[in-house]
Design a protein around this ligand. Structure first.
Ligand SMILES: [Zn+2]
Length: 444
């Protein structure tokens, strides 16, 4: 078969695939694209999204405006002025009410997509919920968002009101929220019919997955992060604290991060730097700036910098953090360690900042630091948590328990990490065997 035939066959195949997609829906697949090519299938997610427990219900309307404002502003603290955050929280309540969508979900999307910055423009979209004009423009006509919903086996036209000219005014918070809420309602109305139409989607839990991807969902990391933000906001609104988890360490523990259960895509024993060192802790997926609480009562025994190589970490008190010149950091970055009982301590790494000093007494759940990316080279933002017992690092996942953290064994990323490690060990064994044979031959 010549080259031309192969190309022709490939073209026919792709044409057939497109034709099939058009047959399934009256429109071609809407895709959220990016110039940077960052929107890739995820690996941090659960192998089976059904393993997530059901998401908590929102309280019925009317909501307490003051509490909602405190919950939203608290989550977005430091990202914008308190006045602006207060105004955005009022707009979220108003717009969610008009569109009939969950205000906690809309608030969570604002946090997840733009960290509450109305003027943010990125490769993913514009404004508070990062709307991508080129993905949605076919649905926008005048002051209506038009879309089709499957009813009785047929696609029927629906529409929702949106501000006129919305696509050219996406940096206006109220306009962005109005269009965003209408889009959220649209995905909810079209779901799960679009999942049937676009069977190439990976399994996911809710219509929010489509908010991030468009018609074809290729990963569930974004959905998880939006729903985690919603749980955080809901718990703040309800002033809800979760029951501590019993351990065999002689004390109970609480989650270091809000909005349980949290996802831990990487655990102890995995390779780091291609096997130069082993991972000693649990990586919990998180957003930069998130508050970190101590897992139990204790006394702080370290705050400072991890340094490269076998050098002692450098102690830095919290009030000197900003003024201290940062050296090249070791893989732990900025970190804090707390002793809970004699012989047992916990360490929190890759921090953005910390607010406790050596010898401080802390309570379980007390905020000690903020999530950052210090010291990490390749991985996304996460909290690296270590628990040490008599000098040895133990696995934090069973200590926290499945209600607080979903362990690495449930994630795609962990399987990939273990497969890579196995591949490295096999390669090293082969190299050793080759060297051995060469040495034997040299002797003979
Ligand atoms: Zn879906």
């Amino acid at each position: 078969m010549g080259h031309t035939t192969l190309i022709a066959l490939a073209l026919m195949a792709s044409f057939a695939a497109d034709a099939a997609a058009v047959e399934r829906t009256p429109w071609p697949a809407r895709k959220r694209r990016t110039d940077e090519g960052l929107l890739r299938p995820g690996v941090h997610e659960l192998k089976d999204p059904k393993r997530w427990p059901a998401e908590p219900e929102s309280p019925p309307a009317p909501l307490d405006e003051k509490r909602f404002r405190a919950a939203f502003s608290g989550m977005c603290e430091g990202m914008a002025s308190p006045r602006l955050l207060g105004r955005i929280s009022e707009e979220i309540l108003q717009v969610a009410g008009e569109a009939g969508v969950d205000p906690f979900l809309l608030g969570a999307l604002v946090y997840r997509e733009s960290r509450c910055v109305p003027t943010l423009v990125t490769g993913f979209g514009t404004g508070l919920v990062q709307i991508q004009a080129r993905m949605i423009q076919a649905n926008v006509r005048g002051s209506r968002l038009r879309y089709q919903v499957r009813e009785g086996g047929e696609w029927k036209e629906h529409s929702r009101p949106i501000p006129a000219g919305a696509l050219s005014r996406l940096q206006n918070s109220l306009i962005n929220l109005r269009l965003g809420a209408a889009m959220l309602a649209m995905w909810q109305d079209q779901h799960p019919a679009i999942d049937e139409a676009f069977a190439e989607s990976v399994p996911h839990r809710s219509a929010v997955a489509h908010f991030g991807w468009g018609d074809i969902v290729r990963g569930t990391g974004g959905e998880d992060r939006a729903l985690t933000a919603r749980r955080r906001m809901l718990n703040r609104y309800l002033d809800k604290t979760t029951a501590p988890h019993k351990t065999d360490l002689g004390f109970e523990v609480v989650s270091p991060l809000e909005g349980i259960p949290r996802l831990a895509p990487s655990g102890p024993g995995e390779d780091r730097e291609e096997g130069v060192r082993a991972h000693r802790g649990l990586d919990i997926d998180a957003t930069a700036g998130e508050p970190i609480g101590s897992i139990a009562d204790g006394v702080v025994w370290f705050t400072g910098f991890d340094l490269p190589g076998r050098v002692r970490p450098q102690v830095v008190p919290p009030d000197e953090l900003a003024a201290t010149k940062r050296p090249a950091l070791g893989p732990g970055g900025l970190f804090v360690c707390i002793r809970h009982v004699p012989g047992i301590s916990s360490c929190y790494m890759h921090l953005q900042s910390y607010r406790v000093a050596i010898h401080d007494r802390v309570k379980a759940g007390q905020v000690i630091a903020n999530v950052g990316r210090s010291g990490t080279k390749a991985s996304g933002t996460h909290l690296h948590l270590e628990i040490h017992r008599d000098g040895d690092a133990i696995d934090p996942a069973p200590v926290l328990g499945p209600e607080l953290v979903i362990p690495p064994q449930e994630t795609v990323a962990h399987d990939i990490a273990l497969a890579n490690k196995k591949h490295r060990l096999v390669k090293e064994r082969r190299a050793r065997w080759k060297a051995h044979l060469a040495a034997q031959q040299a002797k003979n």
